[in-house]
Design a protein around this ligand. Structure first.
Ligand SMILES: [Zn+2]
Length: 442
């Protein structure tokens, strides 16, 4: 090799080290559309905000939103997820994000952060989970394992069909949407680090904060965070490797702001949050009002029926839930009914398809057992099967689930699940029977 070639080679290698590319991350496999991320996140956020107490302090809320929007201006948000940011009045050190944009920071995380860069790093990490769609990617994996039972319905954990997500009662600990893998954690770390760099913060702040939490606070206050965000292997080393790729560091990276210290002071001066029982509160939940004798029509996906006018229906794709207020406990149906469609494998008859459905329901519900094997009945004049199951009720104790199936076509099994706690089922039997009698199929 002559000298000129050597110099050229040197220049190539040199420029490669100078302009090493930052890691570009792409969302993994996902059966949901980005719009479904947004819809699902909104739905779960409603549930979350019913259970969590949010901080209601103008300065703090303005601050967290402004910081969040600055971060949002830099994350590679190709799907244009609408981010918003709220503070939860909870002193455990945690933060979480829901699909499609809602980001929640616990008061405890602000109190524990030394400076704004650390807080920004935590938020950037959460936003990484959003843009990389880790929540619905996890749900996709869960679906593949479970088969598809009314896609969104199952993820939302509405009663018998879906214990997959168990939104609520240990909402954070149980939701499949928040159970990230170690790889997902590493990816979110890289996004958090990149966005810190892009805003001229010290890019090491995020990894250092997580590392400090893992070392100092084992247990209690950080338990929730690390149960949902498992610590990736070699976290700090991986982040440092990424920082090398990002380019020259600013000579005086930003670490803090007076606004952060002011908000931290506000958080520390707030009264202790009122202890809430965020675990499903068996026995504490108030039973729904008795079903009204007046009925209104439900009409969706080719199914019409009449239900008490003090019950409300909500439809997600093929999955419909019809329930009284207070009938859904932490996202799980305790009183009411589900209408959904199941797609049996292979061309089956009603009995085979029903068998497959019941197996699948049992797979998703560990406590579910058949208490009355299927018998023939009629629904809107068509041959139908009825089975009775027992399952764990979201209010504690056992529930009775009556499942009625009717074959709408060779690959479409329409099913109804009537749900009430076993002790109350008798009171609801009439209501369920009237609803079934009123069913008209297209
Ligand atoms: Zn995470």
């Amino acid at each position: 090799m002559n000298k000129a070639k050597l110099i050229t080679l040197f220049l190539i290698v040199f420029s490669m080290t100078l302009f090493a590319q930052r890691t570009k991350l792409r969302p993994g496999r996902n059966i949901y559309s980005p719009q479904q991320d947004v819809d699902l996140g909104r739905e779960v956020a409603k549930d979350a905000e019913r259970q969590l107490e949010l901080i209601n302090n103008g300065n703090a809320n303005t601050y967290i939103s402004a910081l969040g929007q600055r971060l949002a201006s830099k994350v590679p948000n190709e799907n244009k997820f609408p981010f918003y940011f709220k503070i939860v009045n909870d002193r455990s050190i945690n933060a979480f994000a829901l699909p499609g944009g809602p980001v929640y920071v616990h008061r405890g995380a602000i109190e524990a952060a030394d400076n704004e860069a650390q807080l920004a790093g935590v938020m950037g990490h959460e936003m990484g989970h959003v843009i990389l769609r880790h929540g619905t990617n996890q749900a996709t994996k869960a679906q593949v394992g479970q088969g598809v039972v009314g896609i969104l319905g199952a993820v939302l954990g509405n009663g018998a069909a879906g214990q997959i997500a168990a939104v609520g009662g240990g909402f954070l600990a149980n939701s499949v949407l928040l159970k990230y893998s170690r790889d997902a954690e590493s990816e979110a770390d890289l996004i958090g680090t990149q966005v810190l760099y892009d805003l001229s913060y010290d890019p090491k702040a995020m990894a250092e904060f997580f590392d400090k939490l893992a070392k100092d606070h084992k247990g209690t206050k950080t338990e929730e965070f690390f149960s949902n965000h498992p610590i990736p292997e070699n976290r700090v080393a991986k982040v440092n490797a990424e920082i090398k790729k990002l380019g020259p560091l600013p000579p005086t990276p930003r670490t803090d702001s007076p606004d952060f210290q002011e908000v931290k002071r506000i958080m520390l001066s707030l009264p202790e949050p009122v202890k809430r029982d965020t675990k499903a509160a068996p026995g504490n939940s108030k039973p729904p009002a008795a079903p009204s004798a007046r009925t209104i029509e439900f009409n969706s996906n080719g199914v019409r029926l009449r239900h008490p006018d003090n019950w409300k229906s909500s439809v997600q794709g093929t999955h419909a839930t019809i329930a009284p207020d207070d009938g859904i406990i932490n996202g799980n149906l305790a009183y009411g009914m589900i209408v959904d469609v199941f797609q049996p494998q292979g061309a089956g008859d009603l009995d085979q398809a029903t068998g497959q459905l019941l197996n699948q329901l049992k797979q998703g519900n560990a406590g579910m057992q058949t208490t009355r094997s299927r018998v023939q009945t009629k629904l809107d004049g068509r041959p139908a099967l009825l089975a009775e199951l027992s399952n764990d009720s979201p209010i504690g104790g056992k529930e009775t689930d009556v499942v009625i199936t009717v074959l709408r076509s060779s690959n479409e099994l329409l099913y109804f699940v009537m749900v009430a706690p076993a002790k109350d089922f008798q009171q609801y039997r009439n209501t369920f029977n009237q609803a079934l009698d009123s069913v008209r199929l297209r």
